[in-house]
Design a protein around this ligand. Structure first.
Ligand code: F1P
Length: 373
């Protein structure tokens, strides 16, 4: 069956989309995204031997991860994961930095593995950065993660993990982002040889449970007109996801929002906190006591606070919480933060009279004309 048809099948939404909501492909894609996560796991499982061969044969000195906009934020989530799991230095940067300032990114005596992330495979900066990397690195190797085959970026890659079921009509990335994140975490699990890929299947049932359990909370918070600004806090593996949540809020609802590392928020930005503020914390596994202290302090300054967390936290610490209870390690469950954060931006947009299917000023892909920068 055509993956697109299957994923857009309204029956997949039965009981998920509120009856009073306008038909929206962005909402459909958010609510059905666990189907694309399944496809991502299958895609990586099929590439298992090629991934292991890559890792055994090449002696990379470091890993560079790159993309643009949402896929740059995805790179920010993937690089620390790879460094933590593979023990190799890994950095994320926007493709434009790799393209325009290569000496600030790649040291001359290194052999970096370049991981490119791109939903479309057609973004000019990412293509040009890859071309520049290949010209400079004779022994280089490019691993691409995307949603479309037969693109210029796939043609430039030595190995591509493509999740066609991540394709979407929406301009803003939702299902594509989360399916590429699952693919990256699955690939890292394989290369680290630490745990079984099969246990990531739990993501699917947990994803459906989170969407159905917390859909109303996301809608309630999104529709709360007393909020004038939003702050998304994340550290370690979660900082890139906090940046993506911030972008969803901006792209869809045109709201004032920013993303920070958790402990950075006290160093100035918290001056903006008042009773019209929602502070959203993406709690980590190992630093949650520090992170909850920040949320408690912001609550004392008048903000309302939402925590997304694997394990339940005290209602003394936060106003609202989304609990995953997946049983998965932090290196395999990042995707579970995303659905509620995407729905928060979606319902804020609707409440403000915007159409998330037609985000202001945006197109799905940035293609720069040849000769134009
Ligand atoms: C990247 C991009 C982002 C933008 C939005 C749409 O395209 O254009 O720059 O933030 O998410 O996608 P791609 O290289 O991932 O196709």
């Amino acid at each position: 069956m055509d993956p697109q048809k299957h994923l857009q099948d309204e029956s997949a939404l039965a009981g998920l989309a509120p009856a009073d909501q306008p038909t929206s492909h962005t909402l459909n894609e958010i609510l059905t995204q666990p189907l694309a996560w399944q496809a991502a796991l299958e895609s990586v499982a099929h590439a298992q031997s090629a991934l292991k061969k890559l890792w055994l044969e090449k002696r990379f000195s470091e890993i560079l991860v790159t993309g643009c906009g949402s896929t740059y934020y995805l790179s920010l989530a993937v690089a620390p994961l790879l460094q933590q799991q593979l023990g190799l230095r890994a950095r994320a940067m926007p493709a434009s930095e790799l393209l325009l300032f290569p000496k600030t990114v790649v040291s001359s005596d290194s052999l970096p593995l370049l991981v490119t992330i791109s939903r479309s495979g057609r973004t000019s900066e990412t293509i040009r950065a890859t071309q520049a990397y290949k010209a400079a690195q004779q022994e280089g190797f490019v691993l691409n993660i995307g949603c479309y085959n037969e693109t210029e970026l796939v043609a430039l890659s030595d190995l591509a993990l493509i999740i066609q079921e991540g394709q979407e009509q929406s301009v803003v990335q939702t299902r594509s982002f989360s399916s590429m994140l699952v693919a990256a975490q699955a690939a890292s699990t394989i290369l680290a040889n630490e745990s079984q890929l099969s246990q990531m299947q739990i993501l699917l049932t947990t994803g459906w449970q989170i969407i159905s359990t917390y859909h109303d909370l996301a809608r309630q918070l999104g529709q709360n007109s007393s909020f004038e600004r939003f702050y998304f806090l994340g550290s370690g593996l979660q900082y890139g996801l906090a940046c993506e949540a911030n972008l969803k809020m901006k792209e869809m609802s045109l709201s004032v929002s920013e993303a920070f590392h958790f402990m950075e928020f006290r160093h100035g930005p918290m001056s903006m906190v008042d009773e019209h503020t929602l502070v959203v914390g993406l709690l980590s596994e190992t630093a949650s006591s520090y992170e909850l202290a920040v949320l408690r302090e912001m609550r004392a300054l008048g903000a309302q606070t939402l925590a997304l967390t694997e394990h339940p936290v005290s209602t003394q610490d936060v106003d609202y919480q989304v609990c995953f209870r997946s049983g998965l390690p932090e290196t395999q469950r990042s995707v579970l933060y995303l659905p509620v954060l995407q729905l928060l931006g979606y319902y804020r947009a609707i409440a403000r009279g915007h159409n998330p299917d037609q985000p202001h000023n945006l197109t799905a892909v940035i293609v720069l004309e040849p000769g134009n920068n």
